[in-house]
Design a protein around this ligand. Structure first.
Ligand code: HAM
Length: 428
């Protein structure tokens, strides 16, 4: 028993504000969903890449864009003990491109196709579906500029959601042009915006990133920009062809999309294809994934002049979407076999049986401490075990075990020497 008096009692600490964490039993769903998503990427030939959670701050300043909210307001940046400025990764693409260049993957078989998953960090205002540490599964296909690859990546995201049983989402798609057509369009848009009676802050935004003004949700701004020129109508012939090939492929593959020429994403590196998956059951934080092509990112980060395309899927929001749609995904079973032994000697024997089952690859656990039959069987229930192995005085005396089917509640007796083979056959 604790010696600490009432006054000395320490307050339990809490997790930092706005982080998403997963504890049992929900954590098994987190793993199942993450693994199902990465599995779809593996099926399409993407290989795992594991990268640091922190990087040189310059990587994100250069890669994600100096004027983005992510870089100016949301980064977890600090000086390490060697006085280097490092940043917890706010997104995955810049790090992957950095690693591709550093490890010469861009000089091997192209495209380099990579998949990753893990936590990302953005100092945002926390709310439902928006966290300061969130989890994402991403892919990047780097080195080839081919609309067929854009279609592959988009179809992969679509298939990944569907493989979980999700259906209440839609895909929004547009093209942002490239270095040949975007500057001209940008000038045209600025000229249009300059004539409008915009407030000070919006005017400033129009100077830095005019496309973002088109994404303004306020009705009065919407109205004023209703006739604004749109990038999609000002694409160069090459970008136009790229986009038409992509949409043609998506049509043929049966991947539904809606064109949203006002689609703006919070990262600066996108060119040509840009997309977002939106789930309508999630309220304000409805983006369950998004991505696009990035022509200039490799060269900005000191690599060859090569293009890439990819996406990031928001694991936390996907889990929320599964709840909203009422889709049960994953298995809540903790172990297949749960041992219940009564008395010291039976418990010793059971520990050996459980150990042997684990050695042969069967998932197994047992009741510990001094529990009676009822309490110990509760453990089997909670573990959602398929079978309970019961050993009381009679079984001990006869060198047998009672095998209880936890679904049908039927019970049969098995001799100890045959037990492991018997259980393995039952679980086949
Ligand atoms: P992103 O759209 O910024 O893209 O993030 C990807 C997904 O992560 C979002 O669609 C959303 O579901 C989820 N997400 C983002 N921020 C939060 C947050 N604060 N809380 C919860 N979930 C969040 C990227 O990061 C790009 N790197 C995707 C990409 C890969 N583009 C090309 N390749």
């Amino acid at each position: 028993m604790s010696q600490v008096s009432e006054q000395q009692k320490v307050q339990p600490l809490k997790a930092p504000k706005g982080v998403a964490e997963y504890v049992p039993p929900q954590s098994s769903r987190f793993l199942a969903v993450r693994d199902a998503l990465t599995r779809q990427a593996h099926l399409a030939g993407y290989q795992h890449i594991e990268l640091p959670l922190f990087e040189d701050t310059n990587l994100f300043a250069r890669g994600v864009g100096e004027s983005t909210d992510v870089v100016t307001k949301e980064m977890y940046t600090f000086a390490d003990r060697g006085d280097r400025s490092v940043t917890l990764r706010p997104e995955g693409t810049a790090g992957v491109v950095r690693a591709v260049i550093e490890h010469n993957l861009d000089r091997g078989q192209l495209p380099a196709k990579l998949v990753y998953s893990g936590p990302f960090f953005r100092y945002e205002r926390p709310q439902a579906g928006r966290y300061r540490m969130f989890h994402s599964v991403g892919v990047e296909a780097i080195g080839i500029d081919d609309p067929a690859l854009d279609a592959e990546v988009i179809a992969l995201a679509d298939r990944s959601y569907r493989s979980l049983g999700l259906s209440g989402f839609r895909l929004e798609l547009t093209s942002l042009g490239d270095k040949d057509c975007r500057p001209q369009y940008r000038a045209k848009l600025q000229e249009f915006l300059n004539k409008l009676p915009l407030d000070e802050e919006t005017r400033r935004r129009a100077e830095i990133n005019p496309l973002r003004v088109l994404d303004d949700k306020r009705p009065e701004v919407r109205e004023m920009t209703a006739d604004a020129p749109l990038m999609i109508d000002h694409l160069s012939p090459a970008c136009q062809e790229h986009f038409e090939t992509l949409t043609g492929l998506l049509d043929d593959m049966g991947v539904a999309y809606t064109l949203n020429p006002r689609l703006v994403r919070g990262l600066d590196y996108y060119t040509k294809t840009c997309f977002e998956f939106v789930h309508d059951g999630l309220g304000a934080q409805s983006g369950i994934g998004g991505g696009g092509r990035y022509d200039g990112l490799l060269s900005i980060l000191g690599g060859q002049d090569l293009s890439g395309v990819g996406f990031g899927l928001g694991l936390d929001r996907i889990l929320l979407a599964l709840d909203v749609e009422g889709v049960g995904f994953g298995n809540d079973r903790r172990v297949d076999i749960y041992g219940v032994a009564l008395g010291a000697e039976a418990k010793q024997k059971m520990a050996l049986i459980i150990n042997q089952l684990r050695r042969t690859g069967v998932s197994a656990d047992m009741s510990y401490g001094d529990r009676g039959l009822k309490g110990a069987m509760k453990g089997a229930d909670r573990a959602q075990a398929r079978y309970a192995l019961v050993m009381g005085e009679t079984e001990l005396a006869n060198s047998t075990v009672a095998v209880k089917d936890m679904l049908s509640h039927e019970q049969h007796t098995v001799a100890l020497p045959n037990l492991v083979t018997h259980i393995r056959n039952l679980l086949k």
